[in-house]
Design a protein around this ligand. Structure first.
Ligand code: 0GY
Length: 294
């Protein structure tokens, strides 16, 4: 492991889009601070510190009210940094944990007390060494009441994952729509396969997020302003308006090039959710159903 990576924009612009009151940034992370929250020995990247003070300042700058902080892979299964950020938020943050599948009921209850409302299963080989489906299924069957599974995978393994996904007994939230190739357009094979998953059960949710990753120039995409992403994703939000939540992905783990301006990321929202009604569902109603139901 070499130098610590700074993956976020130093001076993000003010978005033109003004989020509705109560808007939730429902996919973001904290990194450290490394003292006292060291990174996992298994971390695949070593980021610079991006702690809660920075996250909450960005929240205010972008016009959001609350955050859902997703435990990042660089912290492994030690959720201390994420829990600490939630505790500092004055009730304005909740979280998604990453845990050892052998975690006890008492430890899960403690995570619930600390503001966690879901657990993340990460299938990206560049981020984690191991994704044990059987153990994940066992865990999914004994989560605290009201919790869901957040799952991160890439489009090329969706078919292989389907039996596993179909067996998860709680709601499933798919990070970044399972990373479809947005250059295929709204009716390309990746989007069709993802729509088939959404059609298969009514408690699969998705995050229409990460234009900066999915439409990056280095991936053969458009780059900012991410027109392929807007074209491919807007129909999905229109067709499933009650099952989508949105987030910035700050501090953009691993984005060593094409680091996005968060103001521009926020300005994608009205392009994928053009009406005030859709924006309220995406940013307020839906995330509150998943994270602040109690
Ligand atoms: C994301 C995406 C990535 C990283 C992580 O936990 C993580 O390290 O989620 C990625 O590298 O694609 O959603 O933050």
């Amino acid at each position: 492991m070499t130098d610590r990576i700074t993956s976020w924009h130093a001076n993000p612009s003010k978005p033109r889009f003004v989020p509705p009151p109560g808007a939730v940034d429902a996919h973001c992370h904290v990194f450290g601070p490394m003292d006292p929250f060291g990174f996992s020995p298994k971390a695949k990247y070593l980021p610079a510190d991006a702690g809660p003070d920075m996250l909450f300042a960005l929240r205010d700058h972008l016009g959001f009210a609350k955050n859902v902080i997703v435990q990042a892979s660089c912290h492994g299964t030690d959720n201390a940094a994420t829990l600490s950020a939630i505790a500092k938020s004055d009730g304005k943050a909740r979280g998604v944990a990453v845990v050892d599948p052998a975690i006890s009921a008492a430890e899960l209850d403690a995570l619930h007390e600390g503001g966690m409302r879901g657990v993340r299963f990460n299938f990206l080989k560049r981020l984690v060494d191991n994704a044990p489906k059987d153990q994940f299924l066992d865990l999914a069957g004994r989560l605290p009441r009201g919790w869901h599974v957040v799952i991160y995978f890439e489009a090329d393994i969706l078919a292989e994952l389907r039996p596993f996904l179909d067996a998860i007994p709680v709601p499933v939230v798919v990070d970044h729509m399972g990373r479809p190739d947005v250059t295929q357009g709204p009716d390309g094979p990746d989007m069709r396969a993802f729509r088939a998953l959404l059609e298969s059960r009514d408690d699969v949710w998705f995050k229409p997020t990460c234009p900066d990753r999915l439409d990056a120039i280095k991936e053969g995409g458009m780059g900012d302003p991410w027109d392929n992403f807007a074209a491919a994703v807007a129909p999905l939000v229109a067709d499933y308006p009650d099952r989508c939540i949105w987030g910035t992905d700050w501090p953009h783990p691993n984005m060593e090039t094409e680091i996005p301006d968060d103001g521009h990321v926020v300005d994608m929202i009205p392009r994928i959710a053009p009406s005030a009604e859709l924006q309220t569902k995406l940013l307020v109603t839906n995330p509150n159903r998943l994270y602040w139901a109690d």
